[in-house]
Write a protein that binds this ligand. Structure first.
Ligand code: HPA
Ligand code: ZN
Length: 327
C-alpha cells in the first residue's frame, strides 16, 4: 500500500502531545516500583483494562493517577526519552511537547525537577536523534487563575527551557476568560500562546481563546465546524488547529474515525495538523493516528497527506529560517 507508506515515511512535526500521556503502563509500573508508589492496579493488564473512557473527565482521572509515579529528574527524562525514540521512528523531526507542572507541584515535586528532566531528554533527542524538541508549559484549567499565576512565576527562572504556555484539563465550565491575566503575563514574558478549546467546549470557547487569550494555535478546535463564521475566520487567518483523531474517538468527541470532521476542516482551507495527544492512553502514536484516520476516510489521499505534513511545519514555533528548510 502506497498511502500508508507515504504517511509513515514523510517528515513531520508533532505539536500536540502531553508528555505525561506518553507514559506507557510498563514504564509506569517500573517507576512505581522504583519510587515505592502504590498504583492501585495489580498488573499492566488490569491498568490497561481501566482505559475505557466515556469522556474527557473519565480519562483525566486516570491520567493524573498515572502521573503520580513521576518523582525524580531521571523519571521525567526517561519518560520523555521513550517518547522521542518512538517519535523519531515515526519520522517526527520536530516536537513541541506539553507538560503539566501543577500535577507534580501538588505532589511536592519541585518545578525545576520537571523542567530539568524533560530538558535533558530534549537535548539528547537533538544530539542523538536529530529531533528538535521544545517544551510548552500547560496550566490546568480546573484549578484557579491564582494557582496558574503562581506556577508561571515559579517557572520563569527556567524561562529559557520552554517556548510557550498552553491550557489543558477539564474544558467545560472553565472558559478561556478565567485565564486572561496569566496569558497576558505570559505574553509579556515573550512566550508563545496556545490553548485547548472546542474539544468538548463550544465554538465560543475557541473565539475567547483567540480574542481574550490571543493564542496563536488552537488545540483540538474540532467543534469550530458548528459556527460557519468561525470556520471562515480560522481559514482566513490560517490559525492552526492541532487535531487528535484517535483521542477524539476514545473520548467520544466523534463516534468513529469515519465520522471525524478532519476532511471538512482541510477542505475549508484551515491549517489543520494531526497529532497523538496522549498516545499511551489512546491507542497510538502519530503514524498510527495518520494511518488509521486515512484508512477510515477515503476522501483523504496523497494530497491531504502532503498538506498535513506541510501544515505541521507551518504551524510550528520554529524560527522562519528553519521552517523554510522544511516547507
Ligand atoms: N484535553 C484536555 N486536557 C488534556 C488532554 C486533552 O485532550 N490530554 C491531557 N490533558
Ligand atoms: Zn491535549
Amino acid at each position: 500500500e502506497r498511502l500508508p507508506a507515504l504517511l509513515r515515511l514523510m517528515p513531520k512535526a508533532e505539536l500536540h502531545i502531553h508528555i505525561e500521556g506518553s507514559l506507557e503502563p510498563e514504564l509506569m509500573f517500573k517507576l512505581a516500583e522504583r519510587n515505592g508508589v502504590q498504583l492501585g492496579y495489580p498488573s499492566v493488564a488490569a491498568l490497561r483494562a481501566a482505559y475505557a473512557f466515556t469522556d474527557l473527565q473519565s480519562f483525566l482521572d486516570i491520567y493524573y493517577a498515572g502521573a503520580s509515579v513521576l518523582l525524580t529528574e531521571a523519571d521525567f527524562s526517561e519518560m520523555a526519552w521513550a517518547y522521542f525514540e518512538r517519535a523519531a521512528a515515526d519520522k517526527v523531526v520536530h516536537a513541541e511537547i506539553f507538560f503539566d507542572p501543577q500535577t507534580h507541584i501538588e505532589r511536592g515535586v519541585p518545578i525545576e525537577t520537571v523542567i530539568k528532566g524533560l530538558g535533558q531528554a530534549a537535548r539528547r533527542a537533538q544530539a542523538e536523534l536529530g529531533l528538535s524538541a521544545k517544551l510548552i508549559l500547560c496550566f490546568l484549567r480546573h484549578l484557579s487563575e491564582a494557582d496558574a499565576l503562581r506556577t508561571l512565576e515559579a517557572a520563569l527562572p527556567w524561562r529559557h527551557h520552554f517556548i510557550g504556555v498552553g491550557l489543558d484539563s477539564s474544558e467545560c465550565g472553565h472558559p478561556p476568560e478565567k485565564f486572561a491575566r496569566v496569558f497576558a503575563r505570559s505574553r509579556e514574558a515573550g512566550l508563545h500562546l496556545v490553548a485547548h478549546a472546542g474539544e468538548e467546549g463550544p465554538p465560543a470557547y475557541i473565539e475567547a481563546a483567540l480574542d481574550v487569550l490571543q493564542v496563536e494555535r488552537i488545540d483540538h478546535g474540532v467543534r469550530c465546524t458548528e459556527s460557519p463564521a468561525l470556520l471562515l475566520r480560522l481559514a482566513a487567518s490560517r490559525t492552526p488547529l492541532t487535531v487528535c483523531p484517535l483521542s477524539n474517538v476514545k473520548l467520544r468527541v466523534f463516534d468513529t474515525l469515519a465520522r471525524h470532521n478532519l476532511p471538512a476542516l482541510l477542505a475549508a482551507g484551515l491549517c489543520v495538523t494531526v497529532n497523538s495527544d496522549d498516545p499511551a492512553y489512546f491507542g497510538g502514536y502519530l503514524n498510527q493516528n495518520l494511518v488509521e484516520t486515512f484508512a477510515a476516510l477515503p476522501q483523504l489521499g496523497a494530497a491531504e497527506a502532503y498538506a498535513l505534513a506541510r501544515n505541521s511545519f507551518e504551524a510550528s514555533f520554529v524560527p522562519a529560517a528553519q521552517k523554510a528548510a522544511w516547507v
